[in-house]
Design a protein around this ligand. Structure first.
Ligand code: ADE
Length: 265
């Protein structure tokens, strides 16, 4: 029998329309997602039925008295490897729950690095099934049998795929219509979605520690504001050409010293 999910979003309520995007997350640590699925932007999107997030514990498909999900690697080496049978059988069972088979993704540092373009493509899907790895990795036969897309969130190693899955869910959900709210989606149509990252932002107070909000932003002249923002556009430094192992990536790197800098002797 299929175990019940650890979390069923209110998007499943029968009186509601189908959520636009359904996530199924397969993990050994479903409770890591507790506040993620219930608070802030994602919590509101779930509550409003725009998205549904179902969490499944891979251990529920483990065999034997000890419900083992990992084992030592053949050939030796450090750590433990996630076993194929519980993962494959969990995916097959969860996939069969919905007529929409969904797009299968495994979170692993071996995957292709997630970027905004891929995020936008994933947001077109109706259902995403995410497998979170743990330990040293997945038994390779999981990939051979299930053929998931392998996704990494960056060139560093985390202890598991849960945080990467949250990153993916949040980035994708923001693009689902209705998740960000009306004003934001209307704005998104008029300029590209990353455009607003490239200029400085200010809010109240107008003056803080002697630093003033630029006058032009207070005047309501939209053409002047747009021109000022264009003039202040600044892309992050290219990490490939930045100097030094800890090159300063602050947009103010060429200005006065940061507030936490030690005073020079
Ligand atoms: N699992 C561990 N590290 C990861 C990463 N950087 N991206 C995706 N999954 C991971």
């Amino acid at each position: 029998m299929l175990p019940s999910p650890d979390f069923s979003s209110s998007g499943e309520a029968t009186s509601r329309a189908e959520p636009r995007l359904r996530f199924d997350v397969l993990t050994l640590f479903p409770s890591l997602f507790d506040s993620f699925v219930s608070e802030s932007l994602i919590g509101r999107a779930v509550e409003a039925g725009r998205i549904a997030i179902h969490r499944w514990n891979i251990r529920d498909w483990a065999r034997g008295r000890h419900q083992q999900v990992d084992d030592r690697p053949f050939g030796g080496g450090p750590g433990m490897v996630l076993m194929a049978p519980p993962v494959v059988e969990a995916v097959e069972a969860v996939r069969a729950l919905d007529p929409e088979p969904g797009w299968l993704i495994a979170l692993t540092p071996r995957g292709r690095r997630l970027d905004q373009q891929r995020v936008a493509q994933l947001a077109e899907q109706r259902r995403l099934i995410l497998i979170c790895g743990r330990y040293e990795g997945f038994d390779e036969r999981i990939f051979e049998i299930l053929r998931p897309e392998l996704v990494s969130i960056g060139d560093y190693i985390l202890s598991g795929g849960e945080v990467p899955a949250m990153v993916l869910i949040e980035a994708v959900s923001r693009l689902v219509p209705g998740v960000l709210g009306h004003e934001q989606s209307a704005q998104d149509e008029s300029f590209d979605q990353t455009g607003s990252l490239e200029y400085p932002h200010y809010t109240r107070p107008r003056e803080y520690r002697g630093l003033h909000v630029p006058e032009v932003l207070l005047g309501g002249d939209h053409a002047a504001i747009a021109a000022w923002r264009r003039s202040r556009r600044q892309l992050p430094p290219n990490p490939d050409t930045a100097v030094g192992p800890l090159a300063d990536c602050s947009p103010h790197r060429n200005e006065r010293p940061p507030i936490h800098a030690k005073p020079s002797a």
